[in-house]
Design a protein around this ligand. Structure first.
Ligand SMILES: *Cc1c(COP(=O)(O)O)cnc(C)c1O
Length: 417
């Protein structure tokens, strides 16, 4: 794959106008108004570098991987494996063999629940999640619990959305076998102290899985520094294509796990007497993978790396603080999730107004927000609310857009009063 060239220089200041020019969709209008896209937490928009890389593959280089004895197949296989390599460097994995391509982070977590959970966990063993998990990190464990008798325990979050490590630590005991927890909440923006969680989990003899769907977008992740046993993320939130996710796993753990899906590409030898399987990562990649998408993810990671997380973090922190200040000035505003150093994910409610009504008014002003329970119904129950409106602030968002959001909320208040 041609590495994407960028005119951004890696510095601590993000040139938001230059970034915005890379994302063609951001110059669209909706209802005759400039699009203000604040829904990147659900799925981020794609820079032309990603679009171009995927188009280039399909126009010049496309074939199936790992099979054909011909030029294109070899070239595509190379590009696909280079993508794996790039992901390994992105997460600082010790080896590209620790990177499994899945269809999304949901599939990554389900893979662990099946291949690790069913092989190594038994009735009475405990799995810890938190109150702020996405359904993708709840339901697979409930299914595992039904199948095996594993017990699910839930680490609390505070009223302001913060995560207290000492309350998490109270749940650990000698029955704890796995901690599966979000690295960053998609509703509250709360960051979980991953290294500390991993250390405590390991001290208790448990393995640890992080759902990094949000975390990888907002800051650098080093799986070896954290000492994660498993780490999952999804390409489409990282400015890459949908249909592709990543599961990182420590190599010895992966190679101790039985396959989850069986089929082509994951076998060593097949006969009707039985089959033997490849080692990781191919053992867990049955069937034709998301080839073009992997090449798109490679370009997305290069794009993010070119801009640099120092610049992205500084920009997003500025937006987060500005949004908190601007929205707090609105009478009746209730911000949901105000943990210190949270990611730029702003959930809110306006007194007396239904969040769906607010979101509908925002939409008409060109402002795209998420509304509802954000696939975190247990968290809504915990907070005693039906849902929130959520504005995610990404690297391409601006303070001017936050002003548009603020004015649209004020308009909603007038219209719906
Ligand atoms: C979006 C999200 C998921 C699910 O991502 P998919 O791509 O739908 O699998 C899981 N966890 C968190 C924290 C998310 O934000």
């Amino acid at each position: 794959m041609a590495d994407t060239v960028s005119d951004h220089t890696n510095s601590t200041v993000l040139d938001v106008d230059a970034v915005r020019r890379d994302f063609p969709i951001l110059s669209e209008t909706v209802y005759g108004k400039p699009l203000v896209f604040l829904d990147s937490g659900a799925s981020a928009q794609k820079p032309r570098q990603v679009i171009d890389a995927m188009r280039h593959c399909m126009e010049h280089q496309y074939s199936n991987v790992h099979r054909g004895a011909h030029y294109l197949s070899a070239a595509t296989t190379d590009a696909f494996e280079q993508a794996r390599d790039r992901v390994a460097r992105f997460l600082n994995a010790a080896s590209p063999d620790e990177i499994i391509f899945t269809s999304n982070v949901t599939a990554a977590i389900n893979l662990v629940a099946h291949a690790y959970g069913r092989a190594f966990l038994k009735a009475g063993d405990e799995v810890i999640v938190s109150e702020m998990e996405h359904h993708a990190n709840i339901v697979p464990w409930q299914l595992l619990a039904e199948a095996t008798g594993v017990v699910l325990r839930v680490a609390p979050v505070e009223d302001d959305g913060s995560f207290r490590i000492e309350r998490f630590a109270e749940l650990l005991n000698d029955r704890t076998r796995l901690v599966s927890i979000t690295h960053c909440s998609n509703v509250l923006g709360t960051n979980v102290p991953a290294k500390e969680v991993a250390r405590l989990a390991h001290d208790a003899g448990a393995k640890v899985l992080f759902d990094g769907a949000q975390a990888v977008v907002h800051g650098p992740v080093d799986v070896q520094y954290i000492d994660a046993d498993f780490y999952g993320f999804t390409a489409h939130k990282l400015y890459g294509p949908s249909g592709l996710g990543v599961l990182y796993g420590k190599l010895d753990i992966l190679n101790s796990m039985p396959p989850f899906l069986g089929g082509g590409d994951m076998i060593d030898k097949v006969s009707f007497k039985g089959s033997t399987f490849k080692e990781a990562p191919h053992r867990f990649e049955a069937g034709t993978p998301a080839i073009v998408e992997a090449i798109g993810l490679h370009a997305a990671i290069n794009y993010v790396a070119d801009i640099g997380f120092d610049a992205i973090r500084a920009h997003e922190a500025g937006l987060r603080d500005y949004a908190h200040e601007r929205l707090s000035a609105i009478d009746g505003m209730r911000l949901i999730g105000t943990a210190p150093d949270k990611a730029a994910i702003i959930s809110f409610l306006v007194d007396g107004l239904h969040p769906y009504d607010v979101a509908a008014v925002l939409d008409r002003q060109g402002v795209a927000c998420r509304v509802g329970h954000h696939c975190a119904e247990p968290l809504m129950d915990r907070l005693g609310i039906i849902g929130t409106v959520r504005a995610t602030l990404a690297m391409y968002n601006t303070k001017a857009e936050i002003d548009v959001l603020g004015e649209a909320i004020e308009k909603a208040k007038k219209m719906l009063a």
